[in-house]
Design a protein. Structure first.
Lengths: 718, 342
């Protein structure tokens, strides 16, 4: 414990005395601050205290001194640990307090007249990190987390990150739900009236009228969650339990919809099923059916969401279905159960964590989805679009946006609790390290055909949609003038070879920015997500359920709200990030990490604890166990987390609209601008290039991570 | 533990790649992308100031300007419909640029006077009706020529228009009819038209796009959007309503507390010149420029040939009028039948 604490003491002191405390112009890596070490802006905290009298920055100093004293003189493990915890907590508290009390140009509450400070920089971050990890090391010294500094450190780090990058910004928005009219402060009186109003929860549609957006969202969410889970399961069963021949093709078709930029699916559906769509025209001409606008409303949104979100359910389920132990199925069959009974009473119950998590993700995605309802919504109002227009509409009403967001969060919390109850406290461990024959039980014919008959037409449908999209990028005016042209690709991606390679197409800038940001955020997302899942499944600590739910928060809130929340929270000191690429990376990491968490939890609940125990008994610590035993068995979950976070960073739109800046523009906001301007060909050509890029990236990832080897032959019982 | 340390250290360092504070002009552009790009490069060529530009819709820009108030990252906001610019001026989010308005047309100066110089008119676009000629012929309907024609029950389920609660375009329509016919008469007419509406879209430009593709037969929106769609090849016919019509004025505003106020003022001066404004013709901008010296495209809707009302921006841009009209719209128009899915 002392060695770890000592290491962090040194790092913390270095951050405090050597690195610039505040943000410096040009960034800390420009090293321009080195020559200006004692100057006004770029000085480390130590110099700010000594030469400029900024005494409020001195907080960490006594904490470091106390830690050093403990290192030198404390006797007895427990005393030392207690002293570390006390000193580090006090130092951290002082640091945070001064940041919150003196933001920007003036201190709050007239506290220190005439003093302000810029946003925190490298020095502050390193100092805070060191204090935090000294604190958690001390806590581990008290015997918590099995006395493992790695476990407590990880918990501390993730809690701190979620607090800063989820709670802090989200609180900025949600507090406005309780704002009273006319700036009269805060209170619940107006909130209750507006929250429980019939405009929100009305059930008029049962009587032929209109339902409130909350009810619409709820119905849509449950249907989408259930539908995507069922379809995802059908695909996963075909992959693992049948001898279907065209698996690789199917694999691509199951992945493609998540890598489609927003609006494209909606547009393709309109061209097929809209009132003037190809399919509609066909039926009208052949059978004389009335051309209708059924697509605009629940039906259209549901179809688009099923297309968009089935792949997520599939990604979560494939690992789980694969992991179900053949031994159990064999045992069942030895006991004379037939294939259906085996599936129904053995395999399916063992898939519960996967099914529950897939449903939860589908439900939340549907609630937060914004692109599809916007294009296909018709008069079917859902919460996400209502929230968007409460923020950017002709009459801005932040209080309404906040209230609707709370309604959304209540539903998410409800779904979360229901899924926890359903999964229950049973054990789902089926990867145990014990040998088994490796033959998965095949499906009984009825079930196999049921899977084929649901999944294959769906795959064909997906293929049709995507051929339409590809076609749209090569014609002059999709839907009207179908003469072949490469003009859209040339405008977007032309390259000039005069005087070396110059990227002259108008899409290149945002394309490179997008790939860079997605490339940086994907591994960070996967790491944070899976580390969180590891803590949730494998470690016991107080407040675990609250911790688990808090990690879902940023995912459940629609992107628009998150975007505005980030601008409100991070445009001002103590943490000033707007206008940078960093804020984009952070928003992606914390918005997409829940998929890593959910997938990780589903996969990890299958790994028998005896594997960890064996590793720990052989002398490995938690970190080595996580890295050498658990991580290799999580191949599919890691792949899913990486794929998903990479793709979402490229395709998400609502969260980034407020965060993109001139220097850091993202592909989707660029595409949406083109769609708004009616340049569909251009938008689709760009989307097609993005889809191919992502597909290539996913294939490379698959090759790099490889398949996990469970010492089971990958075969199905004949 | 060491591994964790180095990973978290690397993460922190990555986070600290701090923002750039270089000398430049940060522009948010709410016009079409091509027009944004062209104006930025023309400005760079003329002044040598480095422009960083991003395109965002007016509603999104206003939300961002509000959230960033006090420490804005944007210097100047150019383009888009004038109402959000006027709201920003009223909320004291923008500041007067002091630009010379003597060469501008009266409606552009009017906007500047209402906002005490905080936003200045750069272009105007008239409200109109569009119909898909193919679908209209197929259904055997006759072409509408006036606002009142739209109330004809023959158009049941054929008209699409945006919801004024979310769209500035639809609010302009609501305010236009109110000024044309008087408030009570206007709401009666809106309710009658409403009985024919198949969908109140969220976005103001969506109805014309739907009409272009034949998803609806008739749309209400801004004429320059319709011209744009027509030019890309859709069978869209554009109608200037016989009773007269309202219009929007696009604005340019300097954000209060801008980091580069001098460059921002130069931008405002530049975009008000005739040369800068008529460059829009190269990229297909069909609204009417505010500088009286700028030349017009023969295809763009000529405001002098359209019967324009004397649109009262001061009254109908004020938020109390807006709230009252929208509440009345919710009560009398939204529920007045219509919004039918055939």
């Amino acid at each position: 414990m002392k060695r770890t604490a000592g290491l962090w003491l040194l790092i913390g002191l270095a951050g405090y005395a050597l690195l610039p405390w505040y943000m410096v112009s040009g960034g800390v890596f420009s090293l321009g601050w080195v020559v200006d070490m004692t100057g006004k802006g770029a000085a480390p905290a130590f110099w700010q205290v000594v030469t400029q009298g900024k005494w409020w920055l001195a907080g960490p100093l006594p904490a470091f001194a106390a830690v050093a004293l403990v290192q030198g003189f404390a006797r007895g493990q427990l005393t030392a640990a207690r002293a570390l915890v006390g000193a580090a907590a006090a130092g951290l508290g002082l640091l945070v307090a001064q940041g919150l009390l003196i933001p920007g140009s003036a201190a709050r509450f007239g506290w220190i007249a005439g003093e302000g400070q810029p946003g925190m920089g490298a020095g502050a971050a390193i100092t805070a990190l060191a204090l935090l990890l000294i604190l958690t090391t001390g806590i581990s010294g008290l015997g918590r987390g099995r006395g493992d500094a790695f476990v407590t450190g990880l918990i501390g780090l993730i809690v701190a990150l979620v607090a800063i990058f989820v709670f802090y910004p989200v609180a900025h928005v949600l507090i406005r739900a309780f704002e009273l009219k006319g700036g009269a402060g805060y209170g619940v009186s107006e909130f209750l009236g507006r929250f429980f109003s019939a405009n929100l929860w009305g059930l008029g549609c049962l009587a032929g009228g209109e339902c409130g957006p909350a009810v619409n969202s709820l119905v849509l969410g449950v249907m989408t969650g259930a539908g995507t889970t069922a379809l995802g399961l059908a695909f996963a069963l075909i992959f693992t339990r049948t001898g279907f021949r065209a698996k690789p093709v199917l694999r691509v078709l199951t992945i493609i919809p998540i890598i489609t930029p927003p609006f494209v699916i909606g547009l393709a559906l309109i061209l097929l099923f809209g009132r003037a769509g190809t399919v509609t025209e066909f039926f009208a001409d052949t059978f004389g059916w009335e051309k209708t606008r059924w697509l605009y409303g629940f039906g259209g949104i549901y179809l688009a969401q099923m297309l968009s979100f089935t792949p997520i359910a599939f990604l979560v389920l494939i690992g789980v279905v694969e992991g179900v132990s053949p031994s159990m199925e064999e045992a069942s069959q030895t006991l004379d159960a037939d294939r259906w009974q085996t599936f129904r009473h053995v395999s399916l119950p063992l898939m519960r964590p996967g099914l529950a998590n897939a449903f939860l993700l589908g439900f939340i995605e549907s609630l937060a989805d914004f692109g599809n309802p916007l294009v296909l919504g018709g008069n079917f109002n859902v919460l996400s679009t209502e929230i968007y227009f409460a923020i950017v509409g002709a009459v801005a009403d932040p209080a309404k946006a906040a209230i609707l967001s709370i309604a959304l969060l209540v539903m998410t919390l409800g779904a979360f609790l229901v899924q926890r109850r359903w999964v229950g406290r049973k054990s789902y461990a089926t990867v145990t390290g014990k040998a088994d024959s490796g033959r998965h039980a095949a499906l009984n014919p009825a079930l196999r055909w049921a899977c084929y008959l649901t999944a294959l037409p769906w795959a064909a449908f997906t293929a049709a949609i995507y051929s339409m999209i590809a076609f749209g990028s090569f014609v002059k005016l999709w839907g009207y003038d179908h003469s072949f042209t490469l003009e859209h690709y040339i405008r977007a991606f032309s390259v000039s070879f005069a005087n070396g390679i110059r990227f002259t197409g108008s899409a290149w800038d945002s394309y490179f920015t997008t790939l860079t940001i997605a490339g940086i955020s994907a591994p960070l997302t996967a790491f944070v997500g899976l580390a969180t899942a590891y803590l949730l499944v494998r470690q016991k600590f107080a407040g675990k359920e609250a911790f688990e739910f808090s990690t879902m928060l940023s995912f459940a809130i629609p992107g628009t709200v998150i975007g505005v929340a980030y601008v409100m929270a991070f445009n001002f000191p103590p943490i000033e990030l707007t206008g940078t690429s960093v804020i984009l990376i952070i928003v992606f990491v914390f918005r997409n990490m829940p998929v890593g968490v959910r997938g990780g939890i589903a996969a990890m609940s299958q790994l028998d604890r005896s594997l960890d125990e064996a590793s720990i008994m052989l002398g490995a610590n938690s970190f080595t166990t996580a890295r050498r035993v658990i991580a290799p068995l999580l191949g599919p979950a890691i792949l899913a987390a990486l794929t998903y976070s990479f793709v979402r960073a490229i395709t998400s739109v609502s969260a980034v609209i407020f965060l993109v800046s001139a220097r850091h523009n993202m592909a989707t906001s660029f595409i949406v601008g083109r769609v708004e301007n009616g340049e569909f060909g251009f938008a689709i050509a760009y989307s097609a290039v993005l889809i191919l890029t992502m597909l290539a990236a996913i294939l490379i990832l698959q090759l790099l991570i490889g398949k996990r080897r469970l010492r089971r032959a990958d075969r199905v019982e004949a | 533990m060491k591994k964790l340390s180095s990973i978290s250290l690397a993460a922190v360092l990555a986070v600290l790649a701090a923002p750039a504070f270089a000398d430049e002009l940060n522009v948010v552009c709410s016009n079409e992308q091509d027009w944004c790009d062209l104006m930025a490069s023309n400005f760079e060529a003329a002044t040598g100031i480095d422009v960083a530009m991003v395109r965002k819709s007016t509603g999104e820009t206003l939300a961002q300007v509000r959230a960033e108030a006090g420490n804005p990252k944007i210097d100047v906001w150019w383009g888009g419909t004038g109402d959000p610019h006027l709201i920003a001026a009223a909320e004291d989010l923008t500041e007067a640029s002091g630009a010379d308005t003597s060469a501008l047309l009266p409606w552009a100066v009017n906007i500047a006077e209402i906002s005490s110089g905080k936003t200045i008119g750069i272009h105007a676009g008239a409200l109109g009706i569009a119909y898909n000629a193919d679908v209209l012929a197929e259904k055997g309907l006759k072409a509408p020529a006036c606002w009142k024609d739209l109330a004809d029950p023959a158009y049941k389920g054929e008209i699409q228009v945006a919801n004024p609660n979310s769209s500035g375009t639809a609010y302009t329509e609501l305010a236009t009819l109110t000024q044309l016919f008087g408030e009570d008469e206007a709401f009666k007419l809106l309710a009658e038209i409403g009985a024919n509406v198949n969908q109140y879209t969220k976005s103001g430009s969506a109805p014309s796009k739907a009409a272009a593709r034949g998803e609806t037969t008739i749309s209400i929106g801004f004429m320059h959007d319709m011209v744009n769609l027509r030019k890309s090849g859709f069978p869209l016919e554009i109608v200037a309503p016989c009773e007269g019509t309202g219009y929007e004025v696009g604005g340019v505003s300097v954000i209060k507390g801008a980091k580069n106020p001098d460059a921002a003022k130069k931008w405002v001066d530049f975009v008000l010149t005739a040369e800068a404004q008529q460059a829009g013709l190269q990229v297909g901008v069909y609204n009417v420029p505010s500088n009286s010296g700028a030349t017009l495209d023969p295809d763009s809707p000529d405001l002098s040939s359209i019967k324009l009302i004397d649109y009262d921006f001061a009254t109908y841009g004020a938020s109390d009028t807006r709230e009252r009209l929208l509440a009345r719209w919710d009560a009398e128009v939204k529920g007045a039948g219509g919004a039918v899915e055939e």
